[in-house]
Design a binder for this molecule. Sequence first.
Ligand code: GLC
Length: 425
Amino acid sequence: MIRRCLALLLTAGLGLAAAPRPAAAVEVTISCGALGQELELCRDGAQAWARESGHRVKIVSVPNSASERLALYQMMLAGAAPQIDIYQIDVVWPGILGHHFIDLRPYSHGAEARHFPAIIANNTVDGRLIAMPLYTDAGVLFYRRDLLEKHGRAVPATWEAMTETAAFIQQAERAAAAPGAQPLWGYVFQGRAYEGLTVNALEWVASSGGGTILDRDARITIDNPAARAALARAGGWIGGIAPEGVLTYTEEEARGLFQSGNAVFMRNWPYAWALAEGADSPVRGKVGIAPLPRESGDAPTGVLGGWNLGVSRYSRHPAEAAALVMYLTDAAEQKRRAVVAAYNPTLPALYQDPEVLAANPFFRTLLPTFSGAVARPSLAAGGRYNRVSNAFWTRVHDVLAGRQAADPALDGLAQDLRRIGRRGW
Ligand code: GLC
C-alpha cells in the first residue's frame, strides 16, 4: 500500500546537489505542494539548504487537491512510512495528523515567537509544536479592472452586486465578441467536491452572517436561513455566470480560465496574483484584487488557509529534517516566496518590508482581510474535521449540481453532522 502511495507521489527532483559533505551526510525527503509556483520555490529553497548543510534533499510533489493530499498522507502516516521526513500540512490538519509529528521546539530556538501567534496556537497540539508555518492564505476576489472600467461598473461589495455585474459584463462582451471566440464567463471559483469547495461555500455563508458550520463549542449552526439563502444564490450561478465545468474546478482550473482572459471575476488565493502579473500572462496589468463580497455589514469575508511543515515521527533523520523546516520557514525564505510568488508570510515583520509590499501592494490594502479571515471549524471538530468538511462539501456540491435544493440539503447536512458528532467532539 505504501509503495503504491509513493508511486502516486510524483518524484519531482532527486538527490539535489550537496557540498561540502558533513561527516554523516543524510538524505532528507520533503513533500511539497505544487500549486502555482510552489514546487519550484520548494526545490530552490531546499537546494540552498543542501548546499549550506552538505546534506542531500529529495522532493516529492503531491496532488493539487488538498483532500487527495490528505488521503495520501493519512495512508503514509498510518503505515508509519519512513520514506517521507517532512510533510507540508494544511492549517486545518493539526487535529487530524498532529500525533504523527515530532515536537519542533527542541529545534526551533524560539523562532515560533516571530510568527503570527494564532498560527502557532493552531499548530500546537497537546502542548507540542507539530509544524512550523510556511505561508498563510485568505480567499480574495480577483477582478478584471479593464472590463469593469470599460462597462462603468464598480468593484462589487456584495454577492448580489457581484452576480449582477458578472452577468451584465458577460452578456455585453459576448454580444460584441467575434464569432468563434472563447466565451467570457462572469465568475469562476473552486466547485469540485473537495476541501476547496468547503472553503468557498463557507465564504458565501459566513459573509452572509450564516456562521461557520459548527461554532467554537462544536454546536451545529449550519441549518439557518442566512446559510440557506447563500447556498441557493450560489446554485443560481451554475450555467449562468459560471460555467458548468466549475463543478470540477480546483484552484488551478479556475486560475487557468481567468488568466487566459475568459472570466470577469475569480475567487482564489493570493498566489494567483504573481502568475496573473507574470510576463507571459494575457491579463498582466489588467487585474485587481479586493476582499470577497459580503452580504451583511461587518461579516468577515475570506476563509483562512495556509500551509505548515511538520517532521514525521517515523523519520530516520529528525534533526536534519527539523533543520530544513526551520530554514524554509525562516524570514529569508518567506521573503523570497512572497516577492517571487505572492505567498503570504507568516511573519508579521515582513508585512512592513518594502520589497514584499512593492511586489504585492494588496498585502497592505487587504490587511484586514488577512487578519480577520474566517477559520474553518477544525479546532471544534478536531480529528473529525475532514468528516465534517466532507459532509459539507458533498451537500453543497449537490446544491450546485442541481441534485438537491438548499433547504433539504442543509437539513440533511445537520443530520449528517449530528451523526458524526454523536459521541461528542
Ligand atoms: C489552499 C489553502 C488551504 C486550503 C486549500 C483548499 O491551499 O491554503 O488552507 O485547504 O486551498 O483547496
